[in-house]
Design a protein around this ligand. Sequence first.
Ligand code: TLP
Length: 346
Amino acid sequence: MPTIDLRSDTVTKPTPAMREAMAQAEVGDDVYGEDPTVNRLEAMAAALLGKESALFVPTGVMGNQLAIRLHTRPGDEVIVEHSSHLIRYEGGSASSLSGVQLCCVPGDRGRLAPESVEAAIRPRDLHNPPTTLVCLEQTHNVGGGSIYPLETIHRITEVVRAHGLALHLDGARLFNAVVKTGVSAADFARPFDTVSFCLSKGLGAPVGSMVVSDAARVQKLRRLRKVFGGGMRQVGILAAAGVYALEHHIPRLAEDHGNAHYLATLLQDIPGVVVDVKAVETNMVMFQVPRSSQSTEALLAGCREAGVLLNAVGDRAFRVVTHLDVTREDMVAASLIFRRVFSALS
Ligand code: TLP
């Protein structure tokens, strides 16, 4: 039986139709702005998010870090949620690449309250680092794929504007929120100065993210991308996968959400497994199992040997992510393996 890979939605392989689009892509040197497929992808991304301009970058991390560099100066402070991708999984790059410090504010499953953002802004005083930027994450990864409601975003935006700060969205999984809520990508993006989103997660492209903003900021981001070593050449081959993903893979994210919810209901029936089915908003399920003689690593290895891959997010705490390369039947098969590995613990 083939392995069911639930570690992340980053693991998808390009479909035959996507590979065909990549093979047929027209290309040129993108550092000269001459790659027609990249230009097309950037125009599509800007239009979808209702912004003037967009930039194709190799990774989500690079998209976020370019935005941080754009909005800050060394010594500034950036407000982020304390379990955000920026703080947990970007290798400390905001401090090493932009010289900023991150102010980590606790949220509710990754979502900051407007009052907490306001309280974290430093008074203008020579002792304090100047707060210049607030970053939100949609959907929130460690929050379990949780969605920032538009109304909360608007309230945070009021705080941010009242203090003259910039606002960036790490929208790695923005389209999961779009499909789930019916709110358009443009409505979600409107309050933000910059938005990054990933083509290489649920949308199924092998590589790539976009950073979207007004034309003047994108021009600066384009220069910064070169500075960060991300200026690419005949990269239309990869941009073609992104174009294909935006044209064909957005509505199908609903299937991933359905599969995640279904898997959560199956997990709920396994003795000892603690899962909050109501908390499953998009394509992720977080769950815990009781402490036992088996370490987290041993449990992951047990699942792997039985044919399911997943990631740990803490001690006996796990994350599974659904995507284009797993089916409803895989959910049943994975849950049977989880039952075998985890129910022995309770
Ligand atoms: N997330 C990955 C890992 O890095 C944890 C995953 O498997 O979920 N923002 C968010 C919210 C993300 O979840 C990720 C990737 C990124 C940015 C970075 O994207 P890449 O991997 O393209 O640099």
